[in-house]
Write a protein that binds this ligand. Structure first.
Ligand code: HEC
Ligand code: HEC
Length: 200
């Protein structure tokens, strides 16, 4: 009997803990919240990914969310993980799900980065300022995404995908970006990722 009560208490506090986590990530009764639930398996509650490799999508700008979803669904941005979920988003309603993630407050990544790498990355970022801006905020009018506070492993991986023409292969709109990435040694890429990840 005691064991049962303890077990029930245990699972109750687990449920309450999960609910508290969900509440912290934002209200669940906004349109799109239920449709966005499958995403939390990889992107974290409310899109606030705790991992270094999975991107934070909490607070993502709807224009960029929609572009990413379309690119994955069409196979332009090849990703075996994202392609089926992007197709699901299109089916379930991209506007609702975009609005849901945009409404979630975005916290910068909690993954620590090395201070010396950040300093080297800051120096190397001069070549990125022309498009991403001095703040790293990007420019929606030119379809340039915000990089600030994103998970460092994710940033590093995306830069490497551009460098090796595996993200949006052959896309003329990112040709200049890829030429630039090709000129950057891989260890400098890790520094750039650390720097943009550290920006607030
Ligand atoms: C199985 C794990 C997994 C699930 C589930 C998942 N994703 Fe992803 N997602 C990824 C990975 C991995 C990437 C990075 C892929 C790449 O571009 O290399 C990604 C990238 C993204 C990006 C691009 C972010 C950026 O900054 O460019 C968006 C937007 C996104 N996912 C939305 C979603 C949505 C919405 C759902 C739920 C319908 C979802 N994902 C479910 C693994 C997942
Ligand atoms: C010529 C303009 C331009 C320059 C210069 C540029 N970028 Fe970008 N960057 C873009 C555009 C446009 C995208 C979005 C591409 C897309 O979605 O297809 C992007 C996307 C990215 C992404 C992916 C973000 C995400 O959420 O997936 C990263 C990381 C990135 N840039 C890093 C850099 C770094 C680091 C530099 C400097 C070495 C740099 N960029 C220089 C235009 C530029």
């Amino acid at each position: 009997m005691r064991t049962t009560i303890r077990l029930v208490r245990g699972s109750l506090s687990l449920v309450i803990g999960l609910m508290a986590g969900a509440a912290a990530a934002g209200p669940l009764d906004v349109p799109g919240a239920d449709k966005a639930l499958p995403c939390s398996a990889c992107h974290g509650l409310g899109g606030q990914s705790p991992s270094t490799t999975m991107p934070i999508i909490a607070g993502i700008a709807p224009w960029y969310f929609k572009k990413a979803v379309e690119d994955y669904a069409a196979g332009r941005r090849p990703s075996p993980e994202m392609e089926p979920y992007a197709k699901y988003v299109r089916e379930a309603g991209v506007d609702d799900i975009a609005a849901y993630f945009a409404s979630q407050s975005r916290q910068p990544t909690a993954v620590p980065v090395d201070g010396a790498a950040v300093a080297r990355g800051r120096a190397a970022s001069q070549q990125c300022v022309v498009c991403h801006g001095a703040s790293g905020r990007g420019d929606p009018t030119k379809s340039i995404p915000d990089l600030r506070g994103q998970a460092p492993g994710y940033l590093r991986n995306q830069i490497l995908l551009f460098k090796t023409d595996r993200r949006s292969p052959g896309d003329p709109t990112v040709k200049a970006l890829k030429e630039l990435m090709k000129s950057i040694p891989d260890d400098a890429i890790a520094d750039l990722a650390a720097y943009y990840s550290s920006l607030r």
